[in-house]
Design a protein around this ligand. Structure first.
Ligand SMILES: [Zn+2]
Length: 307
């Protein structure tokens, strides 16, 4: 493959489809986006993506089209489940390939964002990176030796479903005490609501959001500080487990809630240090992801671009 060539990277979300033409070094040359219209189904969405790819194709020779989807994918490019799109067992790679005269690659959205951070973001130049996105759910991915680690099931990297509290609250996956059930945005809101119902005083009241909770914690609110410390504590347990097993160069933390910065980072680091085996902690950088909303399309393009 020509190392100077470009590719189309597509970030398929529940609300918007974002597509960009990206060089092998991670420069965005052109980009476009349009509403997803999940009701148009896989065929309608594939039509939109094919049109966007034509718009972005400048005729200079593209290496292919990569796409990150919000769901579980197989090695053959079947989307096993994508809850936001209401997709079950959709052979989306083939559906796209029927419309696009370029090699097509497909992967999970957290996996492609991790690949982007590893190649062009906070993990650039590093070998091994673990990625967590903190938002409505907890996304996770592992990049080993510069490549997405899929494992035997092709679904490795589900850091959000690591059990950090046996017998804890029920997760969307049905298990108890998953990281996601304890540290996602909704989980954080539930913790503060519970405190308020129990009569604890706080500067926050109605319209609770993770951002408002983190801001209040930064301002010294005791209920919100307690909540953020608890959430950071569980995240630290999960991160320590990752470090103990993989000793990655970088743990990158992204997603909406990561905007809280030091308010959340401090308890995360404290808990990670406490739960990591001696001699390992200082070899891993635990840092905020840097590519933000561009990570999806960048990483998707990297699926079809060699380093
Ligand atoms: Zn779970």
């Amino acid at each position: 493959m020509n190392p100077g060539s470009s590719a189309i990277g597509v970030d398929l979300g529940g609300t918007f489809i974002k597509a960009a033409r990206i060089t092998a070094s991670g420069t965005i040359e052109a980009q476009t986006r349009r509403p997803t219209h999940p009701e148009s189904g896989p065929e309608g969405i594939a039509d939109s993506i094919a049109e966007m790819a034509r718009e972005l194709n400048d005729g200079s020779g593209l290496a292919g089209l990569g796409i990150g989807v919000p769901g579980v994918t197989t090695a053959e490019g079947v989307v096993v489940i994508a809850p936001n799109l209401d997709w079950h067992h959709i052979p989306f790679k083939q559906i796209l390939q029927n419309r696009i005269d370029l090699p097509v690659a497909i992967d999970n959205d957290a996996n492609v964002a991790a690949l982007a951070e590893a190649r062009a973001g906070v993990g650039k130049g590093c070998n091994t990176l673990c990625f967590l996105t903190l938002g409505t759910g907890i996304g996770g991915a592992v990049v080993l030796n510069g490549q997405i680690h899929h494992g035997a099931s092709h679904s490795a990297g589900e850091i959000g479903h690591m059990c950090v509290l046996p017998g804890g609250p029920q997760c969307g996956c049905g298990n108890l005490g998953c990281l996601e059930a304890l540290t996602s945005g909704p989980a954080m809101v539930r913790l503060v609501q519970k405190g308020l119902e129990e009569g604890q005083k706080s500067t926050v009241s109605s319209d609770l959001t993770p951002e408002a909770i983190c801001n209040a914690a930064a301002g010294g609110d005791s209920l919100c500080t307690e909540t953020v410390q608890q959430v950071g504590g569980y995240l630290g347990i999960a991160i320590a487990n990752l470090i103990n097993v993989l000793s990655p160069d970088v743990i990158a933390i992204g997603g909406g809630i990561s905007a809280a910065g030091n308010t959340l980072m401090h308890p995360i680091l404290e808990s990670t240090r406490e739960h990591t085996l001696e001699g390992l902690f200082e070899h891993t950088q635990i840092v905020l992801a840097t590519l933000g909303n561009d990570a999806g399309s960048l990483g998707a393009a990297f699926l079809v671009l060699s380093i």
